[in-house]
Design a protein around this ligand. Structure first.
Ligand code: PXG
Length: 290
């Protein structure tokens, strides 16, 4: 049995889940999305993801024609119908089908689809040994051009930086503001650890408000570590004791090298490893059961 997709109100086979070439999600990247995980038949922090989806939609004046709690029910249904104990869920809401013009008023109903599939993580080796990243030349979108809290369908800014990563032979790229402050990676937030303090760029610089980032800050507090949202130049990151990335897909992953600079001792640090373990434990026991 193939994958079933929730598509504009009903469940259809994967090959029948097709979007119009006039959909503004495709024509202009006009829409919002979420990436959500489930672990051991528990959806991790679903309300946070729903809140971000609906707040992002509101920020781009996109009214989702479905109540938030119904959307969450559809997410769970999509996981269950595909019999997934551990799932990666993509929820997408586009402006809908319009004409060949930017005007969002020409679009009818927003298109809504939900895909639940297996998960693809970074290779295990990168979790065990830490990963190298590069600093991209491509600067992060300015927050006054696009509110960074909007997880929009337009990821070209991130993709351009990811292409730089691929060319540099690494899996992730760190993005800076036009003023040269550390913001985030293309699909993950970033942390520097110095002593017992965690530092992560504040969202106002242009970073997505990460749900994993927030969870890690809570876990760190429980371990007696303090965290601060900060403005940080790459030099401060390069001089940190430890560095790691957080994201729904990546979870917590150590960074041991940034371009030619080795971070700390070049192996995943103690605090990073403690947080990786704590996050695994949290995701396996917390969450909405189905
Ligand atoms: N920053 C950006 C730009 C993201 O896209 C994060 C940070 C981490 O946020 P959460 O809430 O997930 O902790 C993200 C989310 C992928 C993929 O396929 C990654 C994300 C979203 C969708 C797909 O790697 N990262």
């Amino acid at each position: 049995m193939g994958l079933k997709i929730f598509f504009n109100g009903s469940f259809v086979d994967k090959q029948d889940a097709r979007i119009s070439v006039f959909d503004h999600g495709l024509l202009y990247g006009d829409g919002v999305f979420e990436g959500i995980r489930s672990y051991n038949r528990r959806v991790f922090r679903p309300e946070k993801h729903m809140d971000r989806l609906y707040e992002g939609a509101e920020a781009i004046s996109l009214e989702i024609p479905m109540e938030k709690d119904v959307m969450l029910e559809r997410v769970v249904e999509t996981i269950k119908i595909n019999q997934l104990d551990n799932a990666y869920v993509r929820v997408v809401v586009t402006r809908g089908v319009g004409d060949l013009g930017l005007d969002p008023r020409k679009c009818g109903e927003p298109s809504i689809f939900i895909i639940a599939d297996g998960i693809k993580l970074y290779p295990e080796k990168l979790y065990a040994e830490g990963m190298p990243i590069t600093i991209a030349e491509t600067r992060r979108n300015h927050p006054s051009a696009l509110d960074p809290r909007v997880k929009s369908l337009n990821y070209l800014n991130n993709i351009m930086a990811r292409i730089e990563a691929i060319r540099a032979g690494v899996e992730e790229a760190l993005m800076l503001t036009v003023d040269g402050y550390v913001v985030e990676c293309t699909g993950d937030n970033i942390f520097a650890v110095t002593g017992n303090v965690l530092r992560t760029p504040r969202s106002e610089l242009g970073a997505l408000k990460g749900i994993t980032q927030e969870a890690v800050i809570e876990l760190a507090a429980g371990m007696g570590l303090s965290s601060e949202y900060c403005d940080m130049k790459p030099g401060e990151l390069l001089d940190a004791d430890e560095c790691f990335l957080t994201g729904t897909a990546a979870e917590v992953i150590p960074v041991v090298k940034i371009d030619d600079k080795v971070i700390g001792s070049g192996v995943p640090g103690k605090i990073t490893k403690d947080l990786m373990r704590a996050y695994k434990e949290l995701t396996s026991k917390e969450g909405l059961k189905y």
